[in-house]
Design a protein around this ligand. Structure first.
Ligand SMILES: Cc1cc2nc3c(=O)[nH]c(=O)nc-3n(C[C@H](O)[C@H](O)[C@H](O)COP(=O)(O)OP(=O)(O)OC[C@H]3O[C@@H](n4cnc5c(N)ncnc54)[C@H](O)[C@@H]3O)c2cc1C
Length: 424
């Protein structure tokens, strides 16, 4: 519920009379205003990480979000999160892979921070209770598309669920006021900071952290395509920021996940974890021929599938959709049981066993590569306005590697939360 947490001294509601005209309250403005130091918009991994960090920095924080606190892309993330823990790996190697995968379009400074702070971000998550899958005394690491090393940490194939659960627990433990079902509708500058209309609530804060994710759900609807995204990924907060004068970059660069589920019907739009390919699955055309490097960068793999189907070498799903085969029978039972149990369960529930027969796949709209321009503290180009996670651009340039988005949420969510608390 709105303001579900008790209001603390110093944040007592007061009636906003400023918008009364000729003694009449203008509809919607005659509401109590609640004030905070930092308002976080969005309850995905980036927003929750920002809220935890701002609270730890001593700020009075609130989180307003569009749906339930659980509703976000972060909770759907399956495959994993990257950090250079391998013996032959280093943050520099990781940064080099990001740079190559972005086709040299990323913001180098952000990439260096992302990769240098990755191991510490993992330990921070562990401190909050996330238990990454381990083997032989270390983390179980997989190699994902575009990576030169095994670097992907996992929590089975429900990594995002584990991370967001731990972050939500930390937000609750801090008694941070939360406003679910309170979408940001407008953001106005005041003398002391910002006034936000969030659903039925009027919230004031010295600084605001925008963590409202991307827009692929809406974009897919407009294109008549499938998307992996949750229905709240519609991008209106980016528009609000642009109207306030914030700069953005690469907003046109949307990413297709190479392996959307194409069949059975209940799996259409499901993102088949990229770890299937990390553990041996390959892409086959109608003739049963491999036609691309299964561990290439995402855009290259997606394009190869589009080209194969365009050239008439694809297969049709029973309901007439284009597809190719993902030969998951090459994955060992052991790897599947440790790193893909959720995917196995879902396919088997639909009557298909991916370890016995190849599954049908086709790219689906997945991720907004670009977004609001930020500096290394998550500051946008508008004073007092911060951004982190998928709504921000630069870290991935025009093509993101898998496993770097959850990482970005944690690294830059923490940074934005700290900086917003300090108000600089
Ligand atoms: C199916 C799937 C699998 C993925 N797998 C991986 C993976 O394995 N590894 C990886 O690194 N990345 C993965 N990703 C990408 C990654 O999960 C997301 O990009 C990342 O978690 C985005 O986090 P976020 O906090 O920026 O946004 P989100 O998690 O989408 O959260 C945005 C929040 O903002 C709220 N919001 C939206 N509009 C408003 C508004 N107007 N007012 C208030 N609140 C609003 C939403 O309700 C939501 O709570 C995956 C994504 C999907 C969809």
């Amino acid at each position: 519920m709105a303001g579900s947490a008790p209001l603390r001294p110093g944040v007592a509601p007061r009636l906003n009379k400023q918008f009364k005209l000729f003694g009449l309250a203008i509809s919607g403005y005659d509401r109590p205003v609640t004030s905070f130091d930092v308002l976080v918009v969005g309850s995905g991994a980036s927003g929750l990480a920002a809220a935890v960090s701002a609270h730890r920095a001593g700020a009075r924080v609130a989180v307003a979000t569009k749906g339930s606190l659980q509703s976000c892309n972060s909770a759907k993330a399956q495959g994993g999160i990257q950090a250079a823990f391998g013996e032959d790996d280093s943050p520099e190697q990781h940064a080099g892979d990001v740079w190559q995968s972005s086709h040299e379009t990323a913001d180098r400074r952000l990439v260096e921070i992302l990769t240098a702070e990755a191991p510490e971000a993992i330990h921070w998550l562990e401190e909050l209770g996330v238990e990454f899958t381990r083997e032989n005394g270390g983390y179980r690491l997989a190699r994902c598309g575009g990576a030169s090393r095994e670097r992907l940490l996992q929590v089975g194939d429900r990594t995002g669920h584990a991370i967001t659960t731990a972050l939500r627990d930390a937000v609750e433990a801090a008694e941070t006021p939360t406003y679910p079902k309170s979408p940001l509708r407008s953001l106005l500058r005041t003398e002391s900071g910002w006034r936000a209309r969030c659903g039925e609530h009027e919230l004031e804060a010295a600084t605001v952290v925008l963590a409202a994710g991307g827009r692929c759900y809406r974009e897919a609807e407009e294109r008549g395509e499938l998307s992996t995204n949750h229905p709240g990924a519609t991008g209106e907060v980016t528009r609000i920021a642009l109207e306030l004068g914030a700069e953005a970059r690469d907003l046109d660069a949307l990413q297709y996940h190479p392996n959307g589920g194409a069949w059975p019907g209940n799996m259409q739009g499901y993102s088949i974890p990229e770890t299937t390919r990390a553990y041996g699955a390959v892409l086959l055309n109608a003739e049963g021929e491999e036609f691309t490097d299964p561990l290439g960068p995402r855009d290259a793999v997606s394009q190869a599938i589009f080209d194969e189907v365009e050239a008439g070498r694809g297969v049709d799903t029973p309901d007439g959709r284009p597809a190719v085969y993902l030969d998951t029978t090459r994955i060992s039972e052991r790897d599947a049981e440790i790193s893909l149990p959720y995917m196995l369960r879902r396919y088997r529930a639909g009557g298909i066993d991916p370890l016995r027969e190849p599954i049908l796949t086709y790219p689906v709209l997945h991720y907004q590569n670009g977004g609001l321009v930020i500096d290394e503290h998550g500051r946008t180009t508008v004073e007092g306005l911060y951004a982190c996670g998928e709504i921000a651009g630069g870290t991935h340039g025009r093509n993101r590697m898998m496993g770097n988005s959850l990482l970005e949420c944690v690294v830059f969510g923490r940074r934005a939360g700290r900086a917003a608390a300090a108000g600089h």
